[in-house]
Design a protein around this ligand. Structure first.
Ligand code: KIV
Length: 278
């Protein structure tokens, strides 16, 4: 009798239990076809609000809405069956109060079926994180460089270079952990600080531009595939160069349409006999 292999999604508890074990592998996903390609390789798929920049061509993530996040999260859930799917709460959907955060996080959970939400912030968001977690919503924290605060911090720049910043990141990470988050993204943070934070808190730190000292890594998928922009941030490694491949394929398609090489006979439906009355 063949043994049935039961597959189940990775849970936020599974991620939490990976602290100091095998590194957590995470990537962003915004669409069903990309989620389908990534699903079997990763532990966690993040429907990041970076989709505002990567998919919609915005300059920052500030203009991303809750409805946009929900549509993309539904697509990622349809395209995946293994990874733990977490959805970013966009700017303005959670900062006002714990009650506002709960209302919007509950919408994300109910309308997408995702395993939890991510929100940016440290000490100032601890009360909100605890409010969500104690009401059944798993929270992925995000400290260090917080892209939704780009205007307040004066641009995208690495964090943790001065005493005040170091203290802030360590305090923020501890507050997020104490509040009950199952893991925390540590973004754009210099290695000694990432190492100290990772040693200090009992939940996994998932780094992006935060060194190998973290308990796991996350990157924007389009960045590692060479599909987004000509500028590659220092912390990104490009594992493929797909943009030139897309360019070449589309160039050939355009030439073949213009020269009537495409469609060929093999791309046409067989005709049924047309009677002379038609
Ligand atoms: O929005 C996003 O994609 C993110 C990750 C890159 C951490 O927050």
């Amino acid at each position: 009798m063949s043994k049935e292999i039961v597959t189940r999604r990775v849970t936020t508890r599974d991620i939490r239990l990976k602290k100091a074990g095998e590194p957590v592998v995470a990537l962003t996903a915004y669409t069903a076809p990309m989620a389908r390609l990534l699903d079997r390789h990763v532990d966690l798929l993040l429907v990041g609000d970076s989709l505002g920049m990567v998919v919609y061509g915005m300059d920052t993530t500030i203009g991303v809405t809750l409805d946009m996040m929900i549509c993309h999260a539904q697509a990622v859930m349809r395209g995946s069956e293994h990874a733990c799917v977490i959805v970013d709460m966009p700017f303005g959907s959670y900062q006002e109060s714990p009650a506002q955060a709960f209302r919007n996080a509950a919408r994300i959970m109910a309308e997408t079926g995702a395993a939890g939400v991510k929100l940016e912030g440290g000490v100032e968001m601890a009360e909100t994180i605890e409010f969500l977690v104690t009401r059944g919503i798993p929270v992925f924290g995000h400290v260090g460089l917080k892209p939704q605060a780009v205007h307040a911090i004066g641009g995208f720049r690495a964090q943790g270079r001065g005493e005040a910043e170091i203290r802030q990141i360590r305090t923020d990470a501890k507050a997020v952990s104490d509040a009950g988050a199952f893991a925390v993204v540590l973004e754009g943070t210099v290695e000694p600080v990432a190492r100290a934070v990772t040693a200090e808190i009992p939940i996994p730190t998932i780094g992006i531009g935060a060194s190998p000292a973290c308990d796991g890594q996350i990157l924007v998928t389009e960045d590692i595939l060479g599909l987004f922009g000509t500028f590659t941030p220092k912390f990104v490694k490009r594992y493929a160069e797909l943009a030139p491949a897309v360019d070449g394929a589309v160039e050939q398609y355009a030439a073949e349409v213009r020269s009537r090489v495409f469609p060929g006979p093999e791309h046409c439906f067989a005709a049924t006999k047309i009677s002379s009355e038609h």
